[in-house]
Design a protein around this ligand. Structure first.
Ligand SMILES: *Cc1c(COP(=O)(O)O)cnc(C)c1O
Length: 227
């Protein structure tokens, strides 16, 4: 088997999700090229991840720094061109490890973390792609800045900490219509002049694409259910 055969190896779950993204994009006149599929590999190990890498996928998401530090450096040795996205909450004592390993962080939601990321980026001379997480459902237990505080927090990130913010991210409440939250996040991003929209998971990524997602985060639809 040549390297090219390996790269083009098929992965059914990945292909199915890609086809659905392309169809959803086409349906609203968007180019699928404008949508980055982030394959969420949390809880899955190299045995499950390698076939997805061999099928050509390069963007992956993890929600815990510690878990990602344990499994991705070895995979990155084999696939140096992967892009890693931190999609879960970040504690400030993990900032150094996070900035070292990841290429993007989707969960910035408080000044302490924004400041720590800015300082660590300066130390490492590295700039990650950064998203502000918005708690669109205003759920008390959920991470994210409140919608009404987002403009001010963005201003602080940009002007006090000097961070380049790509866009906004949300995780809609489980018991509500995701479309309402996606449309709201898209409107907020437009108002704030931010091009990036990280939204949509296994159950609702097509809806997210229809409403303007630039990054969808999909795990179980590709790997199967997490145990
Ligand atoms: C786990 C997770 C996902 C992916 O969830 P699936 O339903 O498995 O697609 C997306 N975003 C975040 C923030 C997650 O924690």
């Amino acid at each position: 088997m040549t390297t090219d055969d390996t790269i083009s190896a098929d992965h059914q779950g990945l292909r199915a999700v890609k086809d659905k993204i392309a169809a959803a994009a086409k349906g609203v006149g968007r180019s699928p090229a404008g949508i980055e599929l982030i394959v969420v590999s949390k809880t899955f190990g190299p045995d499950e991840i390698l076939p997805v890498l061999n099928a050509g996928q390069r963007h992956f998401g993890e929600n815990r720094v510690q878990e990602a530090v344990g499994k991705w450096p070895a995979l990155r040795d084999k696939f140096p061109d992967i892009t890693l996205h931190l999609i879960g909450p970040l504690q400030s004592n993990k900032t150094k490890e996070a900035v070292t390993l990841f290429d993007a962080i989707h969960s910035i939601d408080r000044p302490k973390i924004a400041k720590a990321i800015a300082e660590e980026q300066a130390k490492q001379n590295k700039e990650l792609q950064l998203f502000i997480q918005v708690n669109t459902g205003e759920e008390p237990q959920k991470a994210g800045v409140l919608p009404r505080d987002t403009a001010q927090f963005l201003d602080q990130c940009q002007n006090e900490f000097g961070l380049k913010i790509t866009g906004l991210m949300c995780i809609p409440p489980v018991d509500e219509e995701p479309a309402v939250h996606f449309a709201f996040l898209a409107k907020l991003a437009r108002e704030l002049d931010l091009p990036g929209l990280s939204m949509g998971m296994s159950g609702d990524f097509e809806t997210a694409v229809e409403l303007g997602a630039t990054h969808v985060r999909v795990g179980s639809a590709i790997f199967g259910a997490r145990t």
